[in-house]
Design a protein around this ligand. Structure first.
Ligand code: ATP
Length: 357
């Protein structure tokens, strides 16, 4: 991981009144560029092979400039150009996944958030250790596939948008579907309603919902993912029936829809998020900025967190012009704009280094 002292040194060479917000052209980049522009920043799109013509269709979210690289090696070789532009990177799920968490954590451009979180997020065992030791419930873990006695989810490591995951009801199901060449985790399949809650922890804010660490926790929005083909499988009858026709359930994310949760669930949601933030400071120096708790709520109104994403997630994209929650804090603000707001304020009051790694 790039040493914090190196990032601070780079920031010392920056003109903080002329920062550029950059990200990889994918995932939530429209929202990130739109939010950065709204707060008066220059914007820069980084791309390897993505078609970027779609930005022409959305002029308010089009980056001021795009740099095209042949591959991530070239992105690393040309790092000096980003220093010249006083670039602050906004990591998103695809940026980190395509570049690779290890490579991203070595990429010496100031990045919003704590890079140390990557090691705890990308390794499912460490992620579980973090969340459960915070006192937040997760789906039960099955360590020996031969002990599968109820429906389970088999997941491969890393953010894959649910790709390749499968449900197994017994060992035979598991054996027939598993790809042994990749590391995987077996979890209890949790039946309930899924809520993907988009929190934001601001370590510099001194009012609102204060946490033990002294900063403030916000809930900016909640979505539910559209997942193909599981969401529509009922139209063919049961999963068993679909399997008889050679169609297996899959969990590939194709879109996101806005939701709100019943108000009486909010205290539980904040309690979980607060515990996870507090524990992050004890374990690895903290998690700040946007993060998403991916949850299932059962009919006893109990939450289980099946995953945490420790940066902006694509589920915030329905909320480019605000949400029922963000509008009670910063009307009309997206998560992208909220990050830009924090960067702008910290650049103005000399605390930018505290947010960068
Ligand atoms: P991302 O990193 O993009 O969030 P991912 O590839 O890590 O995605 P998960 O979010 O862990 O995948 O899971 C994909 C989908 O599988 C979830 O959105 C949810 O619908 C379903 N799912 C995951 N874990 C469980 C579980 N324990 N019980 C029931 N459904 C689950």
């Amino acid at each position: 991981m790039v040493p914090k002292s190196k990032i601070d040194e780079i920031l010392d060479g920056y003109d903080v009144n002329d920062l550029t917000i950059a990200t990889l052209c994918s995932h939530s980049s429209l929202q990130i560029f739109h939010g950065a522009r709204k707060m008066g920043f220059k914007t820069l799109g980084l791309t390897i092979s993505h078609d970027t013509r779609y930005y022409d269709a959305f002029p308010l979210a089009k980056p001021d400039e795009i740099i095209r690289y042949a591959d991530f090696d070239e992105m690393e070789e040309r790092i000096g150009e980003l220093y010249d532009k006083n670039v602050i990177l906004i990591p998103h799920g695809s940026f980190v996944e395509y570049m690779g968490p290890r490579r991203f954590s070595d990429y010496a451009v100031p990045s919003y958030g704590n890079r140390a979180v990557l090691g705890w997020e990308s390794d499912r065992d460490k992620q579980r250790q973090w969340i459960t030791s915070a006192g937040v419930p997760m789906p039960k873990l099955i360590t020996d596939a031969r002990e599968i006695s109820e429906p389970v989810m088999v997941k491969y490591h890393g953010a894959k948008g649910g790709s390749g995951y499968f449900i197994a009801r017994d060992y035979l199901d598991f054996k027939m579907a598993v790809d042994n060449t990749q590391p995987y985790t077996i979890q209890e399949y949790c039946l309930g309603t899924r809520y993907y809650m988009h929190f934001f922890y601001d370590p510099l804010k001194k009012d609102g919902y204060r946490c033990e660490q002294g900063g403030s926790l916000e809930l900016l929005s909640i979505d539910r993912r559209d997942e193909s083909n599981i969401d529509e499988m009922y139209k063919l009858g049961s999963i068993e029936e679909s399997r008889r026709h050679g169609i297996n359930p899959s969990f590939v994310v194709t879109g996101n829809t806005p939701v709100v949760i019943r108000e009486s669930l909010l205290p539980k949601a904040f309690d979980m998020a607060e515990k996870i933030v507090n524990r992050s400071y004890e374990l690895f120096g903290g998690m700040w900025g946007p993060f998403c708790l991916e949850t299932v709520v059962n009919d006893k109104l109990q939450f289980k967190v099946f995953e945490i994403s420790t940066r902006i997630v694509a589920g915030t994209n329905p909320f480019i012009s605000g949400s029922p929650y963000a509008d009670l804090i910063y009307p009309g603000f997206s998560t992208g704009a909220r990050m830009a707001m924090e960067i702008k304020e910290s650049a103005a009051d000399g605390t930018l280094k505290e947010l960068m790694s």
